[in-house]
Design a protein around this ligand. Structure first.
Ligand code: CA
Ligand code: CA
Ligand code: CA
Ligand code: CA
Ligand code: CA
Length: 341
């Protein structure tokens, strides 16, 4: 009985400590660099993920080919599967499947002679790349292929009419795979690899210009030219700790397509996003933050991001999506931000 009382006292003291930890309001943080960083607001946030802790990770925007209001966002829950959210942020589908870390999509592809919008994701549950079919009804799992141990970052490329998948690893390894059509099936064949020095995650491909951008989390942002062929010595675009203000970890990378394409990188260590010209000499342009307004809290400690320049309802000049590591009213989620770059 005495033991029980002591135990209860301990529990009580732990509980009384909790509010102090939770009361750290990430949206009230004062950033020293605030005067040089643009502040944007999210207009929509998604349904929080169903699992606690660090769970939401990487979004991908699917644009409906004819009715833009039916476009949606696919988001990974790295503890349980892939969620689909409409442009109002409501979860409209959940595909329970493995431990998907990063996801990417390509629209208007052809597989086995048929038009298809495809997605693919790195799955740490069984060391595979999983593939999904996407249409206006949502997503459907179609196939998976084994890759190396712990596929972490992931992105797709459509180079020279072929679909490529790039997998990045915590070991600094990047693998290039090509999706090949067999008579009745698909095959994912490793075609090249490249070794960088430390943990990688975010990557994004510029299909038109044969380029692959990769984030080395604690080091900087790299670009591989001619990535459709061999992965040769990349060029360093920016380094953690540079005057441009990027702070480790470098996380999600995405491309804003326009006549002058832009690269956006999540600078996770200072809750900001750096913008670069996505063509040589990859000039740094600006940084922005997603801060709280009266409706939606800001995005902090962001992992994955995606952006489109397509005009969507509520997002006339484009939509930027950012994972939020600290959702003020629940578990992690994704923020939808009207953007004009
Ligand atoms: Ca995280
Ligand atoms: Ca990471
Ligand atoms: Ca991540
Ligand atoms: Ca937040
Ligand atoms: Ca919120």
């Amino acid at each position: 009985m005495k033991k029980f009382i002591i135990h209860s006292v301990l529990i009580a003291s732990v509980i009384t400590m909790l509010p102090a930890c939770e009361s750290l309001n990430r949206d009230a943080l004062q950033y020293k660099d605030a005067s040089s960083v643009t502040a944007l607001n999210a207009s929509v946030e998604t349904t929080p993920v169903s699992t606690s802790g660090d769970a939401a990770d990487d979004p991908a925007i699917w644009v409906h080919p004819t009715d833009k209001s039916k476009s949606f966002v696919i988001g990974t829950n790295k503890k349980s599967g892939l969620a689909v959210y409409n442009l109002q942020g409501e979860q409209i589908q959940f595909l329970q499947h493995g431990l998907p870390n990063n996801v990417d999509i390509r629209q208007g592809m052809t597989l086995n002679g048929k038009p298809i919008d495809v997605g693919a994701f790195s799955d740490r549950a069984d060391n595979t790349v999983g593939w999904i079919r996407i249409d206006e009804t949502g997503i459907e799992f179609i196939d998976k292929f084994t890759v190396n141990t712990e596929p972490y970052g992931f992105c797709l490329a459509h180079f020279n009419n072929k679909l490529f998948a790039f997998v990045t690893y915590k070991t600094g390894l990047i693998e290039q795979y090509e999706l090949r059509e067999q008579k009745q099936s698909l095959d994912l064949v490793m075609t090249d690899s490249y070794q960088l020095s430390s943990q990688l995650e975010g990557c994004v491909a510029d299909d038109k210009r044969n380029r692959l951008f990769v984030g080395e989390e604690e080091y900087g942002i790299w670009v591989f030219d001619g990535a459709a062929d061999k992965l040769t010595q990349p060029l360093l675009i920016d380094k953690v700790g540079s005057n441009n203000g990027i702070v480790a970890d470098i996380e999600g990378l995405t491309l804003f397509h326009s006549s002058a394409p832009l690269l956006i990188a999540s600078s996770q260590g200072n809750d900001s996003f750096a913008v670069y010209e996505a063509t040589p000499p990859y000039t740094f342009k600006s940084r922005f933050r997603v801060v709280a307004n009266t409706q939606v809290d800001g995005a902090q400690e962001t992992d994955g991001i995606d952006v489109t320049n397509t005009s969507l309802p509520g997002f006339p000049n484009g939509l930027f999506v950012a994972q939020d590591g600290f959702n003020d009213d629940g578990k992690q989620n994704f923020k939808l931000v009207p953007i004009d770059l």
